[in-house]
Design a protein around this ligand. Structure first.
Ligand code: PNW
Length: 470
C-alpha cells in the first residue's frame, strides 16, 4: 500500500521522461496529400453542426509540412520524449491492405528528426482517426475492426520498430467508444448505446490483438494502452450518490482497468449493462487477449467527476454542449455536480489531488506496471498580447500542481516513470474546433506562426532543473 508523504526535494529520477503529446488528426493537416484516405473525423468535420464554428482539421497546424520546425521547438524546450500518433488512413487509406509507403515515409522522417535531436519517440497507434472505409463496414461495434487494427499495428511496428521502442495501442477507449457511438459528440457521431458497448469491447480486443501481433514480430518494444482515468467521488454520503459514484467509476475507470490489467469486466457493471446485451459480444478467449501483459500503462488525467444519483439536484452538468444524449450507458440518470473549485477553459475542475488518488489506487488495486502520465494539461482561450507574448499563468499553476503530485507519487514508491503534457502546441480540439487552446506553444492559425507561451519557458526550466523548486 502506498504511503503518501510530503514531497521530498528531488524525487524525479535521472531517466524520467519529460515529454509533451499531440495526435495526428489534431496537428497534421494535409488530409488529401500523399494518398491519405479519409477518416471518420474528416466526415464528422463535414457534418453541419458537429464541430464548433464549422472548423475542420484539413490544415490543422500544418505539422505535416512543418514537422522539422516543430521538432526544433521540442528541442528548445529540452523535451527528452515526444508522444504523437500515427494516422491510420495515411498508412492504409482504406483501413486494410498493403501500406502506402508515402505515409510511412512521413513518420520515418519525423522519427529520424526526433532521434537526431535526442528526443525519444513515443507512438500512439490509434488516436481516434479510424479509416472511413472501416466505419462504412460498421466501425468499432464490428468485431472485424479489432482484427484490422491489429494488422495495422503490425504494419506500423514492422516499419518503425527498428527505431521506436515505446508504443501505445489505443488512446482513451472510453472517449472513442462512448463519445463516438453513444453521445455522438465525437466521430462517427452515432447515438446507439448498445453499439457503444460493443465498440468499447472491440477497442480493448484490438489492443490485445495488436500487442500479440507486435510481439510476434520482434522483441524489445515496450507496449501498452493509454486510458483516461478520473478520480470519482459521490456528491454526498447518501446511498443514491454512492451508487452513482460506483457506476461512473465503473464505466470510466474499472471497466478498462479490470479488463486490461485483470482480464475481466467488473461483475457489478456486467449486471448494470446486461439490459444492453453487452456480454453477447464477448467471446470465449477474448478476455485472455484483452488482458495480455503490458509493458507500460499510459494515464491521461484531467479532472475529477463528482456525481449525484439524486434526480434534479444538478448544480452543473459537465457533459458536453454538443449532445443531449448521455455517454453514460445504463447510468444516464447520474448528474455531474461541481465542487466549487476553479475550472479551466473547458469547464473542468482543477483537482490535482484526484491524480494522486488515481495513481495510489492503481498501485494498490492492480498488478504492478510502469506508469506514465501520457496526457495532463489545461485548455483556455489564450490570447496573444500586444508584445507578442502569451501569459498563461493559470496553465503554469495547473501543471505545477499536477507535477507536485507526481513528485509525491514517486516519493511514495509508485512506479511513475514519465510525464507528457497535453499539448506541445495549440491544435484542433475535436468538437471544440480551434476555440480551446491546450498548447505550451501558441499557434497563430492565420499564419501558422508558433510562439512559445510563458508555460513553455516554465516547462523548459522545470526540465532543466529535473523537477520543481521547493
Ligand atoms: C483527450 N471528455 O480528449 C484527448 O486524448 C486529446 O486528444 C484531447 O485534445 C485532450 O484530451 C483534451 O480534451 C478528451 O469529454 C476529450 O471527457 C473529451 C473528454 C475527455 C478527454
Amino acid at each position: 500500500q502506498a504511503q503518501i508523504r510530503e514531497p521530498a526535494t528531488a524525487p524525479f529520477p535521472q531517466d524520467f521522461r519529460w515529454g509533451a503529446a499531440t495526435s495526428a488528426y489534431q496537428i497534421e493537416g494535409a488530409v488529401a496529400e500523399d494518398g491519405r484516405g479519409r477518416s471518420i473525423w474528416d466526415t464528422f468535420c463535414d457534418t453541419p453542426g458537429a464541430v464548433l464554428g464549422g472548423d475542420t482539421a484539413a490544415e490543422a497546424v500544418d505539422h505535416y509540412h512543418r514537422y522539422r520546425e516543430d521538432v526544433a521547438l521540442m528541442a528548445g524546450l529540452g523535451l527528452n520524449a515526444y508522444r504523437f500518433s500515427l494516422s491510420w488512413p495515411r498508412i492504409q487509406p482504406s483501413g486494410t491492405g498493403p501500406a502506402d509507403q508515402r505515409g510511412l515515409d512521413f513518420y520515418r522522417r519525423l522519427v529520424d528528426e526526433l532521434l537526431e535531436a535526442g528526443i525519444e519517440p513515443w507512438i500512439t497507434l490509434y488516436h481516434w482517426d479510424l479509416p472511413q472505409a472501416l466505419e462504412d463496414k460498421g466501425g468499432w461495434p464490428e468485431r472485424d475492426t479489432a482484427l484490422r487494427f491489429a494488422e495495422f499495428a503490425a504494419l506500423a511496428h514492422g516499419a518503425l520498430g527498428d527505431r521506436v521502442s515505446n508504443w501505445m495501442t489505443i488512446n482513451e477507449p472510453w472517449c472513442a467508444a462512448y463519445l463516438g457511438y453513444a453521445s455522438g459528440e465525437h466521430a462517427p457521431g452515432r447515438r446507439e448505446p448498445a453499439a457503444a458497448l460493443e465498440a468499447a469491447h472491440h477497442l480493448l480486443l484490438g489492443h490485445g490483438l495488436a500487442v500479440e501481433a507486435m510481439r510476434g514480430q520482434r522483441s524489445g518494444a515496450r507496449i501498452g494502452p493509454a486510458v483516461n482515468l478520473y478520480a470519482v467521488s459521490p456528491a454526498a454520503d447518501t446511498p443514491e450518490d454512492l451508487d452513482a459514484a460506483r457506476r461512473i467509476d465503473g464505466l470510466q475507470n474499472r471497466f478498462f482497468l479490470d479488463a486490461l490489467l485483470l482480464g475481466r469486466y467488473p461483475d457489478d457493471l456486467l449486471e448494470d449493462l446486461a439490459p444492453f446485451g453487452f456480454a453477447d459480444c464477448v467471446r470465449d478467449g477474448d478476455m485472455r487477449v484483452v488482458g495480455v501483459r503490458n509493458d507500460l500503462l499510459g494515464i491521461n488525467y484531467y479532472t475529477r467527476h463528482t456525481v449525484s444519483g439524486r434526480p434534479g439536484d444538478a448544480t452543473q452538468a459537465v457533459s458536453s454542449p454538443f449532445s443531449t444524449v448521455s455517454p453514460w450507458v445504463g447510468s444516464e440518470h447520474v448528474r455531474f455536480v461541481g465542487q466549487g473549485k476553479p475550472v479551466t477553459g473547458m469547464g473542468w475542475e482543477v483537482d490535482p489531488d484526484g491524480l494522486l488518488e488515481v495513481l495510489a489506487r492503481l498501485h494498490r488495486e492492480y498488478p504492478a506496471v510502469p506508469l506514465y502520465i501520457t496526457e495532463n494539461g489545461a485548455g483556455y482561450d489564450d490570447v496573444l498580447d500586444a508584445d507578442d507574448a502569451v501569459r498563461d499563468d493559470e496553465r503554469i499553476a495547473y501543471l505545477d500542481a499536477h507535477l507536485r503530485v507526481c513528485a509525491r507519487a514517486i516519493d511514495a514508491g509508485i512506479p511513475l516513470r514519465g510525464y507528457f503534457t497535453w499539448s506541445l502546441m495549440d491544435n484542433f480540439e475535436w468538437a471544440w474546433g480551434y476555440s480551446k487552446r491546450f498548447g505550451l506553444v501558441y499557434v497563430d492559425y492565420a499564419t501558422q506562426r508558433r510562439i512559445p507561451k510563458a508555460s513553455a519557458r516554465w516547462y523548459a526550466r522545470t526540465i532543466r532543473r529535473g523537477g520543481l523548486p521547493d
